[in-house]
Ligand binder design. Sequence first.
Ligand SMILES: Cc1cc2nc3c(=O)[nH]c(=O)nc-3n(C[C@H](O)[C@H](O)[C@H](O)COP(=O)(O)OP(=O)(O)OC[C@H]3O[C@@H](n4cnc5c(N)ncnc54)[C@H](O)[C@@H]3O)c2cc1C
Length: 397
Amino acid sequence: MTDQLESFRSETRAWLEANCPETMRSPMAGEEDFVWGGRTFKFKHPDQKLWLDRMAAKGWTAPMWPKAYGGDGLSNAENAVLAQEMKRIHARPPLFSFGLWMLGPVLLEYASEEQKLEHLPKIVRGEIRWCQGYSEPGAGSDLASLQTKCEDQGDHWLINGQKIWTSYANEADWCFCLVRTDTSVKHEGISFVLIDMQTPGVETRPIKLISGSSPFCETFFTDVKIPKDAMVGRLNGGWEIAKRLLQYERTNISGFGSVGGVSGDLIEIAKANIGLENGVLADGDLRARIAAHKMAERAYALTTQRAMEEAKAGQNVSHMASMFKVAGATLNIERCELMLEAAGSRGFGWSGEGFSPEELAVTRGWLRSKGNSIEGGTTEVNLNVVAKRVLGLRDTQ
Ligand SMILES: Cc1cc2nc3c(=O)[nH]c(=O)nc-3n(C[C@H](O)[C@H](O)[C@H](O)COP(=O)(O)OP(=O)(O)OC[C@H]3O[C@@H](n4cnc5c(N)ncnc54)[C@H](O)[C@@H]3O)c2cc1C
């Protein structure tokens, strides 16, 4: 096994050296460095497209998905080697995608063969960009209160309602969406559908934020007709799929190293900006806090590794997604705070040539990290899940 892995490592290293363009071997500094794919996506640099196409052809935008759907069928161990080898040369992820992180895994589990063959390869190749139609004005933490109506019209479904906080809905091609198909029950009246954003009656309105950007939208569905085969899983069976998708979302958000694109080395940043005294960081207080954070990061990495091993051994670790989401988001927020502090005045940059891409990434990553404790279910709500499902504590109300 070890020999096999080692030969996989050397092949992977050689392939990456030959195929990852030099320009794709540096940290991402701003939004335009993130490749989200989709029909209308504008690549900032031709190498982004080249890198995406090469990785997709190799099956390495979704390395663990089966080859039949565009992945490479890698094992956990091979996938870890690929990640290590990419990190070694500072290779950027070729694609950021809700399709890869959230929708794809649930399609693999719940979709029909036709739905898998239709949607998964397009996700792998970055051809279709997906958005997530979950939250509504009256349904955030209490997601199952959602009211967007989906009615059976014989030969099609008819959808009416509103979503909110739909990240990048105005740039997405398709939306995976939770809808109400039975108003007489709560959780058991929800279904999971796939909606082409080009369908007449779909409208998105970007929500402008104080930073000037508009990453979120309000999304309106007015008499939107979608085909009968656009439903994933069974009628009124959407809540189970919704929860499973949230587990993937939470696990992904908890991969704190990747959130916000801040991939710089905290210790190196601190050394460069604070300086050393007698071989150690000159600021004793910051030194102690960085050391404590690094230990927590290491413990977290070991815990996620343990969960992965347990999953491989067939144990059910699904309840851990909420724990990892809380811990990962908290650590990421703390790491971004420390990086900003360590960067000193170099961490104040927002744009312009006076700051390096790495420095700009620190500032933007810090701002982005603020949403980590809210997106994919808030920290409070996930703590409730941990209390009930992991610790078995009862409601006191
Ligand atoms: C960066 C980002 C991206 C997002 N992207 C999307 C997206 O693409 N698609 C999508 O559908 N949604 C998206 N959301 C929305 C997100 O899922 C919701 O904001 C989140 O679920 C919380 O819902 P809410 O905003 O309605 O807050 P509320 O549910 O109103 O909560 C308000 C406050 O009350 C607390 N609270 C609520 N209920 C409880 C309880 N039972 N116990 C203790 N405290 C409680 C919450 O923790 C929170 O602090 C995104 C949010 C962020 C920040």
